[in-house]
Structure formats: structure tokens, C-alpha cells
Design a protein around this ligand. Sequence first.
Ligand code: ADP
Ligand code: MG
Length: 246
Amino acid sequence: MSVLEQTAAQYRSLRWMATAGQLGELLADAEANELSYLHFAQRLAEHEAAVRTRSRVARHLKQAQFPAEKPLESFDYRHQTTITKRQVNALLDFGFIDQRENLVFIGPPGVGKTHLAIGIGQKAIQAGYKVLFRTALDLIEDLELAEMKGELKKRLNQLAKHDLLVIDELGYLPMTRQARYNLFQLINNLYEYRSIILTTNKDFTSWGEFFHDDNVAVPIIDRVIHHSHIFMLGGESYRLRQKTTG
Ligand code: ADP
Ligand code: MG
């Protein structure tokens, strides 16, 4: 085994996989550019860190299970004028996640609620946070199943492992009493501990009716709204506009 191979093997055993895999190229590059010893040492560390970040981001994007690729860069603020780019950009320092605050996007279908939720979620992952995307319906089914298996607590704790949980499309369908209760458990478990992005077509004033005005609704609404940034989105459906203009 050459010294290069031995050294690469040693890096590998230290779990510096990116450096191990590219040691030859990194050396050749250092020689070609006449790097100082210090700069070479720096290059190795930077290379390893950059590759690890890339693969962590890729892994977390996959784990987040976004239903579609919706980058914020493709969000058109000329169409959606009830929220500004400045307002959205202000969220991207992720103070809201650090302070366990929630975002709520309220508005009719097609105005970009899900697009914004995914776009912000993707940026959060790039910034190092763990995110999970679920529709409200998915979550309700998920929790119901866990409940039947007697594993509700365990499942709630798994869901709380993410820094940010996106709950998409709350309010589109009526829920059973048990579903509401499970959802309350979830929101209670995350309250002041993790962040939620919630999208809904229901204004808070009609949430009571949606939750059938029972005693579970009020504490859910209370906990979601407390420490929340609420955005009321309006305007034309983007889907409709695309149909009519092209
Ligand atoms: P909602 O969740 O409010 O019903 P979506 O976010 O799913 O709406 O938007 C519907 C479709 O229109 C999606 O494909 C989305 O990417 C697109 N869309 C909506 N608003 C915009 C916008 N302002 N700029 C670009 N695409 C948009
Ligand atoms: Mg949506």
C-alpha cells in the first residue's frame, strides 16, 4: 500500500470520508497552486465540511418529504401581492424557529400557501434545521394509527424531533372527535418547544365551526395563535390565472 493509500485509509477510519475519497486530487491541487501547509490544512477541513453539509442537506430534504419542489425563488410576488418579498425574507433568518414561533398562512385555494410553506421549509433545511411536511389529513391518519397500536405518545415524540413541522391544509375536511383530540395532543406537545407552519383555508373566526365548537377547539386555536406570525393571503388563484392566460 502506498503512503497515499495508507493515509486515505486512515482518514476513512477517522470518518473523514470526503477527504479520504479525494486525497489524491486535493494533494495535486495543493501542489499545482503551491499552497502553504496552513492553507492545505485549511482546504482539507473546508472540503470535508462542505461535502458533509451538502449530504446532510440532501438527506434532510428527502426526510422532510415535501410533496413537490417549490423553491421560494420561483414565487411570483407580482401575482401574490398580499404578502411581500420583504416579509418572507424576514422569516429566513429563522428567528421564528429559534424562538419556537409559528407561521400561519390563511387564504382561499391557489393563492400560494403551500408553495410558501415548502419554500420556507426548504430554506430552513439549508440553514441546518430539521423539517417534516405533512398534510393535516396525513397527520390525522398517522396519529389515529399510532393510537390504535397504543403508540400515540411515541409517535408524538417522534414528530417533535423536527425543529419545524409543516401542517398543510388544515380545515379542508371535517374531523372526528378523536382526530381533533389527537391533533390537540400533537399541538400541545409542540407548543413552545417546536415550530409549526400551518396552512389553512379557514379564518380563525370559522375555526370554532370547523372544530364543531367543542372544548378541544379553543385550546388548539389558542396554542397555534400564541407566538404566531399570521399571514392572510388573498387574491386570485394562481392555478386559475394560468388556465386563463395560457
Ligand atoms: P394553496 O396552497 O394556497 O392552495 P399553492 O401554493 O398550492 O396554493 O399554489 C397553487 C399552484 O400555483 C402551485 O403550483 C404553486 O406553485 C403555484 N403558485 C401559487 N402562487 C404562486 C406565486 N405567487 N408564484 C408562483 N407560483 C405560484
Ligand atoms: Mg395548499
